[in-house]
Design a protein around this ligand. Sequence first.
Ligand code: GYE
Length: 334
Amino acid sequence: MGKMRTHSAPWRAAAVLASVLLVGGVAACGNSDTGGGGTTDDGKITMGFSQVGAESGWRTANTTSIKEAAAAAGIELKFDDAQQKQENQIKAIRNYIQQKVDVIAFSPVVESGWDTVLKEAKDADIPVILTDRSVDSADKSLYKTFLGSDFVKEGRLAGEWLVEQKKTASGPVNIVELQGNTGAAPANDRKKGFGEAIAANPNLKIIASQPGDFTRAGGKQVMEQFLKANKKIDVLFAHNDDMGLGALEAINAAGKVPGKDITIITVDAVKDGMQALADGKFNFIAECSPLLGPQLMDLAKKVHAGEEVPPRIETEETTFTTEQAKEALPNRKY
Ligand code: GYE
């Protein structure tokens, strides 16, 4: 008996520990809406979505589109706002892997540095869909598809319009550029497309180019610097409407007339941008549609069912002049 007693204390401690762990485990599972499994008992698909942030009108419209489309498609959405930080996105994706969601979708804030976490999702057999922005991973098997715009094309359309406008210019045309957040696909690609297009006319020169992080505050602040440092600015190319709208304040404060003294070209065509264009403060917008929700939910259903999907699905978009903006504005959804 005595012997048993001496053994029973550590054994009991181990048993208590085991039951604590067990209860902890059950509690952890209880916290997850999926009960630790992928598809819930009612057959609902669960999607874990990591959003870039809420930096622009485009982003807000994109988030609304995704939430509404998930509800309409009967998909349970777990949504995380990464506040423009890659580390937050990686954390959210790891959480989704742990929760064993059925599908992970995300819009990568920057292009590089995703291989490790994408590999973890692949090893866990959870399909990943890239939406809006892409990654630069060489291994394309790390994700099922990329749904979004052709950002190089948007930059090129903006540049081609400017080349046409300035075809009779006899002297230098000084351009300043407000870039999106450093390392983001739309910042890299819009810069590339625009640069390639304006190379057609050696008079067109980018004299300054800085990130304004796709925000109004960033656009205003960087435009102020541009105006201080450069006497003659003929054109502003902003990688999105919000930065262009922020820049309007700086241009007005400097006593210049936006749309006249400085030609303004942006990308997105959200309502506030279209209004500025209709009012003649902007001169041209290359559209980028944020309404990706319905297509994303369709793709989620397909990859969940094991169906093949095309590796790249491009959003359809157009461009707007002032006249076209006036016509389109009343029916604009975002
Ligand atoms: O143009 C900008 C947003 O990734 C296409 O991100 C998106 C861009 C969009 O902040 O307004």
